[in-house]
Design a protein around this ligand. Sequence first.
Ligand code: IPD
Length: 268
Amino acid sequence: MTASIQDRVDAAIDLAERAGELAMEMRPPSGSAQASLKGPQDWVTEADGAVERFLSGELAAAFPADGFQGEEGGITRTGRLRWIVDPIDGTANFARGGARFCVSIACFDGDLPLIGAIAAPALRETVWAWRGGGAWLNGEAIRTAETRDPAQAIMEVGWSRRSPDADYLKLCGHILAGGTSLRQGGSGALGLADVAAGRLDGYAELHINLWDVAAALVILREAGAIVSDFMAGGGATAGNALIACAPGLADAWSGLPGLPRPGAIVAG
Ligand code: IPD
């Protein structure tokens, strides 16, 4: 029997949670980072590879015609429906025994985000959505915040060495000048999930990769967030700048330096 989208929704949630358990078993103790560097401040642990291999194998067995792309191994299978996985997002936190990390699994139809599941095992939270099916946190429906005033808002600005520090500081300066409180939590996927759940009013990053945002894109859409068009200009392969926010702040946060307009709802 041909697998349906619902089969894939169920698999995404189940596999994100099982992969999260595997990551928990492999989580280093608190202390100095137990990880290697892929680049400046870009960490990888044994668990990243193990979780990605687990997900790749399970998805190949369940949906042999689907494509697969992981943060660590790249594109290993192609197909119209394709899975995009970040085995551990928030690796820098994870590598030091921290709790703010997650497994992120998305299924796209071409460039259209269909399904997203993000499991944060140490926080005991799973967030998921599918196109037309709403956005959910541990089974409860979620929506973006109703905040309208930047001076009452909280925004996370993700950071990596892929963007110049001067640009990061300029962006943060503009946001702070509007009276907004700033946060940097070390997991793009969880920051974006927090926007969907109304815990944050916005998430912005000057450059972020597809696997970090893939699951969150459909979750944000279903929760009513306003999101810049991540796939524009080759975002799927090269990464992109991104801003996602509660609808009441989209005007105030248009034109922030280095960011696209938060005007276009997620691709499609
Ligand atoms: C990183 C995290 C971080 C974000 C970076 C990502 P990783 O992913 O999501 O919060 O700011 O852009 O590279 O390395 O933890 O998978």
